[in-house]
Design a protein around this ligand. Structure first.
Ligand SMILES: Cc1cc2nc3c(=O)[nH]c(=O)nc-3n(C[C@H](O)[C@H](O)[C@H](O)COP(=O)(O)OP(=O)(O)OC[C@H]3O[C@@H](n4cnc5c(N)ncnc54)[C@H](O)[C@@H]3O)c2cc1C
Length: 387
């Protein structure tokens, strides 16, 4: 047992240093089985299905300064499936682009995760900020997110990456990763959660990534999931042979976004509810500095033809406070749009996902996807051993 503990701690420590090591099964004698509280999945426990449109750009988010008549407009939008994860990073980078600007008054367009984090990063640097937004939490796409720290998720097509964009991305991830760590456990709805990938096949040993020619891996090694550990047959009550644990940051959007609005107001921020029809209305705003964080709204406002919706859907069950882990597993017979089967607990319910449908604008739930996701979770958790 001592040896097992030492290997666990050693593996975690090395991952923390970015060396990507993990314990190997061969080294570890079996330990007592871990028991996880099963999720009670039933159609009569479904409390809602939500749909959100991720603001996706195949070549990745836009973070750059532009001119609009006499104004400087700093664009910060198009973060696809990773907008919450990247928001503190691109928010700080956007704010720092304005440090040489003569004015210390800024308008932020948008009050989702990206607009709010950008506004806070500006306030920390001495700017007086007014947010203008058509919708505020809980009525933003950000409120519809699964909201893990998933910085590489469906963000960019590999063949469209550029070294300049990669550098922006990596800087944004580094900044955000620390910011979320500082928020954990402080009433922001940000916590660390053990997440298990369930599989009947033994996972291959994780190797240290070698430098590759060309673009290389999108995500820095030390940010791709901490504390990897493999539970084998007999070591857990999941209905698969293996459960690979990683410890990840989970964000609860309802708590988190409200907390950001509160912080923004507490630091003197003003919020104006207003929908803009086109860029001319933005050009007519007072002041000379605008941050565009309108997510999918940027497509029409600033004529970005690349911006498209990646529709995503989550089904929510009655909360179960005793469930303190997440899972994901592959789903081979999934209907179109379903990307896998995954569950994470939150205060507002047990969240089941997930889907990705490119170019779909409808906010109507995809009934086939919902049925598949609920039934697959039901089959999985019904087979889980109970005490
Ligand atoms: C199912 C699902 C799962 C997801 N999971 C994750 C995850 O695990 N991790 C993660 O990081 N991300 C995840 N995302 C993605 C994440 O939700 C988005 O990347 C993020 O919400 C984008 O934030 P935003 O602030 O840019 O946009 P939004 O939240 O859409 O905010 C845009 C703001 O701009 C305003 N606006 C838009 N147009 C106008 C206009 N014309 N005039 C005035 N105001 C305007 C809106 O009213 C709103 O206030 C997920 C999304 C979905 C749908």
């Amino acid at each position: 047992m001592k040896r097992r503990m030492a290997l666990r701690l050693g593996g975690g420590g090395l991952v923390g240093l970015g060396l990507g090591a993990c314990s190997t099964r061969a080294d570890i004698p079996p330990g007592p089985a871990l028991h996880f509280a099963p999720v009670e999945v039933d159609w009569n426990r479904v409390i809602r299905t939500t749909v959100g449109l991720r603001p996706h750009r195949p070549s990745g988010f836009t973070l750059r300064a532009d001119r609009l008549d006499a104004k400087t407009v700093i664009h910060n939008y198009g973060h696809g499936g990773a907008g919450i994860s990247l928001s503190w990073g691109t928010g700080r980078m956007a704010a720092e682009m304005a440090l040489d600007h003569a004015s210390r008054e800024a308008i932020v367009l948008g009050s989702g995760a990206v607009g709010l984090a950008t506004a806070r990063q500006l306030q920390r640097r001495g700017f007086e900020v007014t947010i203008h937004a058509a919708a505020v939490p809980p009525n933003t796409t950000s409120n519809m997110a699964w909201a893990g720290f998933t910085p590489g998720s469906w963000l960019v097509e590999d063949n469209l990456r550029t070294p300049a964009w990669d550098a922006q991305f990596r800087e944004a991830v580094e900044i955000s990763y620390l910011e979320f760590q500082w928020l954990a456990g402080r009433g922001y709805g940000v916590e660390w959660l053990d997440h298990y990938s369930l599989n009947d096949n033994a996972p291959p040993p994780r190797r240290r990534r070698r430098p590759t020619r060309g673009r290389g891996p999108l995500l820095p090694e030390h940010l791709s999931g901490g504390g990897r550990f493999v539970l084998g047959p007999g070591e857990h009550n999941f209905p698969t042979q293996y459960a690979v644990r990683r410890t990840r940051i989970r964000i609860e959007p309802a708590i988190y976004l409200d907390a950001l609005v509160r912080d923004f107001r507490d630091h003197g921020g003003r919020l104006v509810i207003r929908k803009f029809e086109d860029a001319r209305e933005i050009a007519a705003l007072p002041g000379s500095l605008v941050f565009n964080c309108t997510g999918l709204g940027s497509g029409e406002l600033f004529e970005d033809p690349e911006l498209m919706p990646l529709r995503g859907q989550l089904t929510v069950l009655v909360p179960q406070p005793e469930v303190n882990y997440g899972i994901s597993t592959f789903s081979p017979d999934a209907p179109d749009g379903v990307t896998g089967v995954s569950m994470q607990p939150r205060n507002d319910g047990i969240i089941l996902g997930s889907t990705r449908e490119a170019g779909e604008w409808s906010l109507e739930p995809n009934a086939a996807a919902r049925e598949h996701i609920v039934n697959t979770h039901k089959a999985l958790f019904d087979r889980m051993a109970r005490p």
